[in-house]
Design a protein around this ligand. Structure first.
Ligand SMILES: [Ca+2]
Length: 204
């Protein structure tokens, strides 16, 4: 063998000896990495399970809250009759219920009972016929917060008064329309008069 052949021979021998050592080391390294990855995967899977449990708990809590607290509150009523002989601070009872999403308005006494604490909008209209006049007010638990004043003249005169008010009211508060301190006790409903309210946003 010449020198070149010898060099090639030794190189091959060296590679044959080192090869298995290198591949053994590589396999060991890969195995260690795999074990680490398996541990990480196990941890991740248990975290995922915990998160799934928490998510389902949150969902059921949200559903329960929705069931207990109706947030879509709106009612709309109308006075179809002609009221006479109303004294001071007498309830104006709007007899026809057009809309009441939470069944919170009672057309027997004209009271809307707040189903959930929040900011609400209330509006009402009161009309009078020839030569009648009447003040009305919106009361929360008997305390007035807004007023209308309507006074028609003689002849073929008539008029309507409308008011709108935004209030923070609490669950179970009673809200209704009543006559004020002045007026001749006549409210000319006949579908011209309405009392409505709706929630802007809940505060619970
Ligand atoms: Ca008048």
């Amino acid at each position: 063998m010449n020198t070149k052949m010898l060099q090639i021979y030794f190189t091959i021998m060296l590679l044959l000896q080192i090869g298995p050592v290198l591949s053994q080391g590589h396999a060991k390294h890969t195995e260690t990495r795999l074990q680490k990855l398996e541990i990480l995967l196990d941890r991740q899977q248990s975290i995922n399970k915990e998160l799934q449990i928490e998510i389902s708990e949150c969902k059921s809590m949200k559903d329960k809250k929705r069931q207990n607290s109706p947030t879509a509150v709106a009612f709309s009523t109308q006075l179809t009759t002609h009221l006479t002989g109303l004294g001071h601070h007498a309830a104006v009872i709007f007899d026809k219920v057009i809309l009441d999403t939470t069944s919170s308005y009672n057309n027997g006494d004209g009271v809307f009972v707040v189903p959930i604490t929040g900011i609400y909008v209330f509006t009402w209209t009161v009309s009078v016929g020839v030569d009648d006049w009447q003040n009305t007010e919106l009361v929360v638990n008997g305390i007035p917060y807004a007023y209308t004043k309507v006074d028609s003249g003689t002849g073929s005169d008539y008029g309507s008064g409308t008011q709108i008010v935004v209030l923070k009211v609490n669950k179970r508060d009673h809200i209704w329309i009543r006559t004020g301190n002045t007026g001749n006790g006549v409210v000319d409903g006949k579908t011209f008069d309405t009392y409505s309210g709706w929630i802007l946003f809940p505060m619970e």
